[in-house]
Design a protein around this ligand. Sequence first.
Ligand code: SAM
Length: 285
Amino acid sequence: MGKCSKDKRDLYYRKAKEQGWRARSAFKLIQLDSEFHLFEGVKRVVDLCAAPGSWSQVLSQTLPPDSATVVSVDLQPIAPLPGVITLQADITHPSTLTNILNLFGGEPADFVCSDGAPDVTGLHDLDEYIQGQLLLSALILATNLLKEGGSFVAKIFRGRDVDLLYSQLALLFDQVTCAKPRSSRASSLEAFIVCQGYRQRPGWRPDSLKLSSAIVPRPLTSIDDAIEERAIAPFIACGDLSEYDADATYALEEHVKAVSLEPVQKPTAPPYKTALEKKRNGTLR
Ligand code: SAM
């Protein structure tokens, strides 16, 4: 991405570097927490799809260091963070659940969050399907890890079947809200489902979940009948108007030098790593 791209000029992008966050996503979790008080009384947290680790930074800096355990999972290696246990794993793989449970010594989690996003291919249906699978995997992990009354937050893209998703989440949680933090660009379909008050539901199976009527058609059973319903979740824009607008461009504050800031954490396993190694060895053709 070039230096003049929209990302580089985004104020949250710069603020993240100034304040030492590994990614601008940190502000999304901070703004979600200020609206929903997600961290209150939380001791065990699972941060799914966590690299480079800005949500984990927020969690480890906010939760009490002596009593809280943060487990962060990603396909990419996450550079070490104080107070965070990192796990390089695929959230869609069944062994990941066992690995996380072992790290908590079998105790349930209070809060599971997922900011998962696949590498976009540009093939819209495929991208939507993969995003749906990531969300499904995050929810399966959440339903196996959360204590009764626990919370789950995940990134979604408000597509054609989002109403189906809301109604199904409402089967599992007392309160389901669709939230848009001010640091998430209004021009993007990105939002976060904030699910509070987890209730184990007898008879609920992860494969009952239908994220898209078009992609995963399933035969109906009695529980699936309820799952067919569509619902509208309350939509909340979090962060007040005094906070920066992610779609606006701001002039630098007077005392700030107009210099390009280094990333807080360089990518641990960038796709161009092999090319750089080959260049160093003189074997790049
Ligand atoms: N919340 C992170 C932060 O604050 O730094 C940013 C997360 S980034 C938007 C999305 C992440 O999802 C990527 O690091 C990617 O590797 C991860 N991801 C995608 N598919 C995954 C999978 N199947 N298992 C684990 N992580 C995955």
